[in-house]
Design a protein around this ligand. Structure first.
Ligand code: GDP
Length: 295
């Protein structure tokens, strides 16, 4: 995960470390290399620009340059600013509002949405919750069947839509079923499409308006880099997101989506998908990821 970015940064910092004392030219030169490393990692150019200017402002202070260990100070600054770029404090799930809490999952086809619905159910069950899974993807019966099988695997109840039920009815009935069975969270998988289209947006807007979910999470594929960032931006502008789940992060050598998506969209990353298995799923901690990037 993020190997190429980590390697590039490590070689920049190695030069700093070997030099010992640093003047402002050394720092500027080093930060130019950091900038290139981030751009090569497919990080959004504006995010890179802001990040570098924050680091530079702090690193060029006399406190840093005149200190006995400028290298360590700079690493600390880079780490802290990376944490900010990644979203600062970890944001937990909001499960407030009317019971059961509703979590709406949105995303393009292939992003890992259905798998993520089951992973999230498993995760919440482990935390002592009683989730129920439902799929409102009437356009792809195979998607409903896929979630049904995954629900069985993670041993979480599943609302089986009746034929001819429309997405709004499906979700309404799933919420009823959850109430009757004492389930405290309904995880709603929605239709995915290959590309953003108007019908898909309208359906999500309708579902959100009708059921007022406490979380509207976009499932986005980290391997798609800036394409995923753009998708997140559009979903947020049209539907309004409360957060992002970034999948397939374990195969992402670059890290461009993870490092851009919060600043570009304003929406925090809440979870990471780290593999195909149903427990390959973790809460997103900006500090932990910044630490991993810096090795
Ligand atoms: P959907 O079309 O968005 O519902 O996507 P699916 O849930 O069907 O997932 C598409 C593919 O991505 C499947 O092969 C999943 O196993 C895979 N997948 C989902 N999440 C991850 C992940 O975090 N890492 C990896 N490597 N594969 C994932």
């Amino acid at each position: 995960m993020f190997e190429s970015l980590s390697d590039r940064l490590e070689s920049v910092f190695k030069k700093f470390r070997e030099k010992g004392k640093l003047d402002s030219d050394d720092i500027k030169k080093g930060l130019r290399e950091v900038r290139l490393a981030l751009l090569e990692a497919d990080v959004n150019y504006k995010v890179v620009k802001d990040f570098i200017s924050r680091v530079e402002n702090r690193a060029l202070s006399s406190e840093v340059i005149e200190s006995l260990t400028p290298f360590q100070q700079i690493i600390k600054i880079v780490y802290e600013e990376l944490v900010k770029t990644l979203g600062g404090e970890a944001k937990g799930l909001d499960l407030g509002g009317a019971k059961p809490a509703k979590i709406l999952l949105a995303g393009l086809q292939g992003s890992g949405k259905t798998t993520t619905a089951a992973k999230l159910a498993k995760f919440l069950k482990k935390k002592g919750h009683h989730p129920l899974l439902v799929s409102a993807d009437i356009y792809r019966p195979a998607a409903i069947e896929q979630l049904k099988i995954l629900a069985q695997k993670v041993e979480v109840p599943f609302y089986e839509p009746k034929s001819n039920e429309k997405p709004l009815e499906i979700v309404k009935n799933a919420i009823e079923m959850a109430k009757e069975n004492g389930r405290d969270i309904v995880i709603i998988d929605t239709a995915g499409r290959l590309h953003i289209d108007e019908d898909l947006m309208q359906e999500l807007i309708e579902l959100k308006k009708t059921f007022n979910p406490s979380e509207v999470l976009l499932v986005a594929d980290a391997m798609m880099g800036q394409d995923s960032v753009n998708v997140a931006k559009i979903f947020n502008e049209r539907v309004g997101l409360t957060g992002i789940i970034l999948t397939k992060i374990e195969g992402d050598a670059r890290g461009g989506a993870a490092l851009s998506i919060k600043e570009v969209t304003g929406c925090p990353i809440k979870f990471l998908g780290t593999g195909e298995k149903l427990d390959a799923f973790e809460v997103f901690y900006p500090e932990r990821l910044a630490g991993r990037i810096l090795g």
